[in-house]
Every structure is written in structure tokens, then in C-alpha cells.
Design a protein around this ligand. Structure first.
Ligand code: ATP
Ligand code: MG
Length: 342
């Protein structure tokens, strides 16, 4: 069963930036940043979302939490436990955010308050959402840090963020995110700033929460190896759209979109496998090519690719879940035998 269902989620920037070229036409017109995203995050599973920088992964995550940047507006449906988050009033949303859905950001320093002790910051989350005494909350903060392998947690809770290492700060953020046992954890590049040992610990922790507490996770990362090892389903995003989605083993075994093929290169996905650069750059949302948005970078593009944007079509079902892709060359799949420009 789905914990979170997204239907045709689009995110538009209401006004054109004032400097530089006028994107998307005249000032005041809206720019489409994320286009008609449809996906389901099942209960108790890790859903991986990958794609190059600027393709809209973080905006998608922020829209789930109702914290899009100023001027951006989401349309469509984001249903969580039967309620549409896009229609939820701010007061109700406040009880969901940090409690039922929480998020770990890439850079912990921007999310921790530098002038408050870390223990206090964790206790604040607990006191806001759970009916426990202050003493109980303080006890929970220490237990959470211990659970996350922070040495001497009783002492650490009395320290300020700058007194902790980057890895410890990230675990404090993680403690805040899981303090109220959320049903959905959004982890946006949670391990980018960490060394491999801490990264492995944090990912183990995420898997344990999924297994023990049935928590679902939206795992956003540039590292396909992390997705291969930790997620059940993976979606690949390009220029604000989903271009491929499949059960993890299926996507790595038989990628069906040239963009995914490009990202994977010939390297098998192991931890540390960063996305392989694909020639060219992700187009700006206001400079998309006609038809398939990937056509100008695709080694397999034909004339027809520029005529219309391909549908996100079902290309298979391995039993573990549907495999969908957005490419008109699915039937001949020329990337399978390494031909290009055919
Ligand atoms: N506050 C903002 N105002 C205007 N444009 C923004 C804002 N935040 C993001 N964007 C633009 O929206 C697009 C998608 O950005 P987003 O941050 O979602 O990408 P991303 O996939 O998370 O990239 P990364 O991998 O670098 O984190 C980009 O073109 C980006 O420049
Ligand atoms: Mg991002």
C-alpha cells in the first residue's frame, strides 16, 4: 500500500527572475520547474530519487513538506495517509511536519541553530509533537544520540553545533528527524558531506528504521551505488520530469531510458559510483528543447524525438513492480547493443 501518492505534481515559479535574460518570456509569466510527477512511495520501503543537479529533486521534496521557496506554487495531488498535503492548512501541516513526515538536509549547519545546545534542539522537536514531560524529552534526546552511535551522549547534548564534527552534526539532524518516529523520512543528499564510515552508519540506521519501525524513506542522492544498496524502487528525474522508474534490480539490470543508460555508463553500481557525466548540461527550465527534453543530449535521438514529448509509459513488470520509461525508442532500445545515432 502507498504511504504517499503523488499525482501530476507540477511546481511553477510564479514570476520571472529580474536579472539576466528574461526566462520563459515576459516578466510575470510562470516558469514550470517540475512537470506532472506521478509516483507512489509504498509503506516501509526506501524510494530512491536520482538525477543530475538542477533537475528538481529538492523542489519535489520541499513540496511534500509544504516549504517551497517563495514564489513557487505546487499543483496536483500529494496524498499522505489519505490526506492531500497540497490542500492542507498551515496549522494542520505544522502537526504533520517534523512528526509524521520529517526531512534530513544535505548541510546540517544550515538547519541547526548555532546558538542553542544540540540537546535542547532535539528536545524542542519532541516537546512540540509528543505529550511527554521535559525530563522524558531530555532522556529521549540522549537515547537517540546513543542509538546513532554518538560517544558520551550525556555530554554532547550540552554542546553547541560548532563543537561537533560534521558527521556528528549530521547525526544530530538525523536524531531530530526520527525523534517522533515519522512514517516518512525525506533524506536529501544526507551523506554528501560525510566520510564513508559515517555514511555507511547513517545508511544502516535508515535501513534499520525501515525494518524495525516500518518507516518509508524518500532517499535523494547523486550516488547510484547508495540507491542500489539501500532502495527498493528508483526513479530517475531529468529536467523536472520523471524519465524512468523501476524496481532497483530491474533498473540496474536493464535501464530503458537513454539518460539512465548515460548516467550508469559501463560502471556497475557500487557505493561511491557517482552519476557519470552525460555530455552537455541540464537545460534551464525556461530553455527546454522541443519534444523530448533529453533529445539535445541523447546519442540515440531521431527527428521524431523533437516532435512531441514522449509519454511516461509502462515498459515492463518484473513482478517486483512496474517499470516505466519516457522514450519513443523503447521497442528497438538501441542502447542495448551499444549502437548510437542509429
Ligand atoms: N529558490 C529558488 N528560486 C528560483 N529557482 C530555484 C530555487 N530553488 C531552486 N531553483 C531552481 O529550480 C531547479 C530545480 O532545483 P532543485 O534544487 O530542485 O534541483 P536538484 O535536483 O535538487 O539539484 P541538486 O542535485 O543540485 O540538489 C533548478 O533550475 C534551480 O536553479
Ligand atoms: Mg537538491
Amino acid at each position: 500500500m502507498s504511504l504517499l501518492s503523488m499525482r501530476d505534481l507540477s511546481i511553477n515559479l510564479a514570476r520571472a527572475p529580474s536579472s539576466g535574460k528574461s526566462p520563459g518570456g515576459s516578466a510575470g509569466s510562470s516558469i514550470n520547474m517540475v512537470n506532472s510527477l506521478t509516483l507512489d512511495i509504498p509503506e516501509g520501503s526506501v524510494f530512491g530519487l536520482a538525477g543530475e543537479s538542477g533537475c528538481g529533486k529538492s523542489l519535489t521534496a520541499l513540496s511534500i513538506l509544504g516549504i517551497l521557496p517563495r514564489g513557487m506554487h505546487a499543483t496536483g495531488e500529494v496524498t499522505f495517509k489519505g490526506r492531500d498535503l497540497l490542500k492542507m492548512d498551515e496549522k494542520t501541516f505544522r502537526s504533520v511536519r517534523g512528526h509524521e513526515i520529517s526531512m534530513v538536509f544535505q548541510e546540517p549547519m544550515t538547519s541547526l541553530n548555532p546558538v542553542l545546545k544540540v540537546g535542547y534542539q532535539i528536545e524542542e522537536v519532541i516537546n512540540t509533537h509528543l505529550a511527554v514531560s521535559k525530563k522524558e524529552a531530555a532522556h529521549m534526546a540522549v537515547s537517540l544520540l546513543r542509538e546513532l552511535n554518538i560517544p558520551s551522549p550525556e555530554q554532547r547534548v550540552r554542546e553547541y553545533p560548532h563543537q561537533l564534527s560534521g558527521g556528528m552534526r549530521q547525526r544530530v539532524m538525523m536524531a531530530m528527524a526520527i525523534a517522533c518516529s515519522p512514517s516518512l523520512l525525506i533524506a536529501d543528499e544526507p551523506t554528501t558531506a560525510l566520510d564513508v564510515t559515517i555514511e555507511a552508519q547513517l545508511l544502516r540506521m535508515i535501513r534499520r528504521l525501515r525494518d524495525d519501525k516500518g518507516m518509508s524513506v524518500l532517499l535523494i542522492t547523486h550516488d547510484l551505488g547508495i540507491i542500489a544498496e539501500n532502495a527498493e524502487t528508483v526513479a530517475i528525474m531529468y529536467a523536472g520530469r520523471l524519465v524512468e522508474q523501476a524496481p532497483v534490480a530491474e533498473l540496474f539490470r536493464a535501464p530503458m531510458h537513454p539518460y539512465t543508460v548515460g548516467l550508469l555508463g559501463s560502471v556497475p553500481a557500487q557505493r561511491g559510483t557517482k552519476l557519470k557525466p552525460v555530455r552537455g548540461m541540464v537545460p534551464k527550465p525556461w530553455e527546454l528543447p522541443a519534444g523530448c527534453t533529453f533529445s539535445d543530449r541523447c546519442d540515440f535521438a531521431q527527428e521524431a524525438c523533437s516532435a512531441a514529448e514522449p509519454e511516461f509509459m509502462e515498459v515492463g513488470d518484473s513482478g517486483a513492480g512496474r517499470h516505466r520509461s519516457r522514450c519513443i525508442r523503447t521497442d528497438d532500445a538501441p542502447w542495448r547493443n551499444g549502437n548510437n545515432k542509429s
